[in-house]
Design a protein around this ligand. Structure first.
Ligand code: FE
Length: 346
């Protein structure tokens, strides 16, 4: 259902309040050609109503000739900020950047965050934003999970479909995505609700079976027959199965980059208001699939870069893959049992 401007403004206010926006602070709204007009107009009203000094910075899109998809998370090349000193300066001088464009995994983004600027990404359609407005409880739960990750040295994952994965960890920090930015220099994504980290480089081994009904992103496709990934020394060395495996192999070959096959982030979904089934209700170009990434009890892993977590691997290829029905262990502690979250107190 469509969302009224009033409701979306209230949603923005909740996110901005959780993000501790104060009167007199500077907010820059980053936009591009795909920015949703209602999300933008409501963000401008909400920030002004809270007494912020508000700018809008509109940047032209890039990478069209290289990317094979319109999905904003599909291709992680240069960004509209690359070499754009004036734009970078404006963002560094802002207390809060509302990213309605999608500025991900870039050197420039890290640089801006280091200056203390907060960045909140929000590009899902307005009704998804309204349904998945973050809460303080989301933060508490995700931080508790991140704390467990910080204390662990190995994540293991099994599934009835045949997944047997071992991820030594500890070299990279835990990352908590709960949908708002309450600390200086924090990046987050509204909507979200998951905890993740990156395994130690070149150490993950095992088999991942992407089973019937599991989701590939940015394909935004429910797999119709299992895909079997063989993981050796941190890389998917074989992608086997039927037509879905062939489609995945072909898509990944377009990047012509062996680093695209590396295991990237690993973690699990903690957002009870996000649903596995939602993706099937949407046109594929209408969403980036955050319900799929965040639904409670998934095991979310990805292929591609680890620079977001502080590693040195960059690649333009990034595939997010949420699996259902997995059991996830941190050392000996079960944190997801057969696709259901086991909560521990922070
Ligand atoms: Fe990802």
């Amino acid at each position: 259902m469509p969302v009224s401007d009033y409701q979306l403004i209230e949603s923005w206010k909740q996110v901005l309040t959780l993000s501790k926006l104060q009167p007199g602070q500077t907010v820059t709204v980053l936009t591009s050609t795909a920015t949703h007009p209602q999300t933008l107009s409501c963000a401008l009203i909400a920030t002004q109503s809270m007494g912020a000094i508000v700018n809008r910075l509109d940047l032209p899109p890039v990478n069209a000739e290289k990317a094979f998809s319109r999905d904003s998370l599909a291709y992680l090349g240069t960004t509209p900020l690359t070499g754009n000193k004036a734009a970078i300066a404006a963002l560094k001088e802002s207390d809060l950047v509302l990213d309605l464009m999608t500025l991900l995994f870039s050197h420039e983004q890290h640089d801006i965050l280091k200056s203390g600027t907060k960045i909140l990404l929000a590009v899902e359609p307005p009704e998804v934003l309204a349904r998945l407005v973050p809460t303080e409880a989301d933060r508490t739960r995700v931080l508790a999970a991140a704390k467990l990750i910080t204390a662990a040295r190995r994540m293991t994952v099994t599934s009835p479909g045949g997944t047997e994965l071992s991820c030594p960890m500890g070299d990279f920090p835990a990352i908590a995505e709960y949908g708002f930015v309450d600390e200086p220099g924090r990046w987050d994504h509204w909507p979200s609700g998951f905890a993740l980290t990156f395994p130690n480089d070149r150490q993950t081994t095992g088999v991942i079976v992407i089973d019937k009904g599991d989701i590939l992103l940015p394909q935004k496709h429910y797999v119709s027959e299992p895909i079997r990934l063989t993981i050796e020394d941190g890389y998917a060395t074989k992608i086997e199965g039927g037509i879905d495996a062939a489609l995945l192999r072909d898509y990944m070959e377009t990047f012509n980059d062996p680093e695209g096959y590396a295991i990237s982030h690993i973690g699990w979904g903690l957002q009870p208001r996000a649903r596995w089934s939602t993706l099937g209700l949407y046109d594929r170009e209408a969403t980036i699939g955050m319900d799929a990434r965040a639904f409670e009890g998934n095991f979310l892993f990805s292929l591609g870069p680890n620079n977001e977590g502080g590693g040195d691997r960059t690649t333009t290829c990034h595939i997010d893959i949420p699996l259902r029905n997995c059991t996830v262990r941190l050392d000996d502690k079960v944190v997801v049992q057969d696709g259901r979250v086991v909560d521990f107190r922070a």
